[in-house]
Design a protein around this ligand. Sequence first.
Ligand SMILES: NC(=O)C1=CN([C@@H]2O[C@H](COP(=O)(O)OP(=O)(O)OC[C@H]3O[C@@H](n4cnc5c(N)ncnc54)[C@H](O)[C@@H]3O)[C@@H](O)[C@H]2O)C=CC1
Ligand SMILES: O=C(O)C(=O)[C@H](O)COP(=O)(O)O
Length: 370
Amino acid sequence: MNIYADENMPLVREFFADLGEVTTFDGRNVQAEALREADVLLVRSVTPVNASLLSQNNRLRFVGTATIGTEHVDRDYLASRQISFSSAPGCNAQSVLEYVLSSLWFLAERYQWSLQHKVLGIVGVGSIGQRLATAARALGIPLLLCDPLRAAQEPDFPHTDFTTLCQQADIISFHTPLEKTGPYPSYHLLDAVHLAQLKPDCAIINASRGAVIDNQALLTAQQRKRRPLVLDVWEQEPDILLPLLPYCDLATAHIAGHSVEGKARGTEMLYQRCCELLQQQPRMSLAALLPVPAMEKLQLSANFGLPDVQNLARMLYDVRRDDALFRYHITGHGFDWLRKSYPARREYSALQLSGPALPAWLDSLGFSRQ
Ligand SMILES: NC(=O)C1=CN([C@@H]2O[C@H](COP(=O)(O)OP(=O)(O)OC[C@H]3O[C@@H](n4cnc5c(N)ncnc54)[C@H](O)[C@@H]3O)[C@@H](O)[C@H]2O)C=CC1
Ligand SMILES: O=C(O)C(=O)[C@H](O)COP(=O)(O)O
């Protein structure tokens, strides 16, 4: 069994070595010729998997993407060749939540906001958006939710249409997939028309897909009237619209989902799907492979409360680190280097909390107790 995997897939050899021979490749630049002998193909979001990439391969059985987003995979083509496919839904949802929370705390500090007096609009309330909604409720942040697909299926879903959300929210965070067609396309969802409808100081956070926001229209709007802006994802990565950078409060290289756990969970999920396909019992598990975190245990006193949570979270992840890396290295090393050399970052759950009266809302943020 020949297993071909993106070189940026952590623990891929540890998981897959018992299923076959593992060969790694550069996901951004891989060509059809290099994949001729693959039985299993494991990719990340940077590899378009389509008829052209698979034109020289006639033995492929399984394609897996260790990501939540799947717009880079031509699933109809895979189905036409009876090649099984799996993504890794939810694998890095907690990682994106921690990115957004860190961004919210940063913006609150920079602009001296009380988040409890800001309306957070969440666009796309799936794995990530729902986690964010749960965390925001725990932190007392008022919410507007926009998800027309959920609204169509769930009579009680408190849906606010996108235009109304644009008019009423103080902060908007995007968590939709990138869809160019269908009844609810998200391509350029935030366009010049909607940008003009936002409150003057409405903050924008995008950690979904770059093209959910019309980047050129965003630049024009920022040049006219600057708003708080956090961008993890950009149109046309890795060749992004660099003139946007001075207008960003936080700018990062599509790393919101790149926690150690988030990336490794993606590898594990594909391993499990592959074992199912091969009708083999999985022999490896993430719990056994994850490294011991630098900070393992922390005792909180009975005085720990909501105002302290930001300091606790910052011990584990502070988005300012990634913003600084981006601004320093983007012109020299470039977008993909920043992603490839991303420093280790553990999720909140890596730290076991103990104490006499741990508040229940810590669980809603993803912390774990001893
Ligand atoms: N920056 C990063 O590192 C990462 C980015 N992502 C991106 O975040 C997206 C969301 O991830 P998940 O929450 O796991 O996906 P999900 O599929 O669980 O949720 C997406 C939600 O968006 C809703 N939606 C679809 N079209 C919409 C529209 N036009 N307007 C409003 N809502 C719409 C869907 O109904 C669904 O509930 C992914 O598709 C991926 O593109 C995911 C992980 C990491
Ligand atoms: O899961 C997704 O979707 C993402 O966007 C990942 O966090 C980033 O994907 P990679 O480009 O690192 O594969």
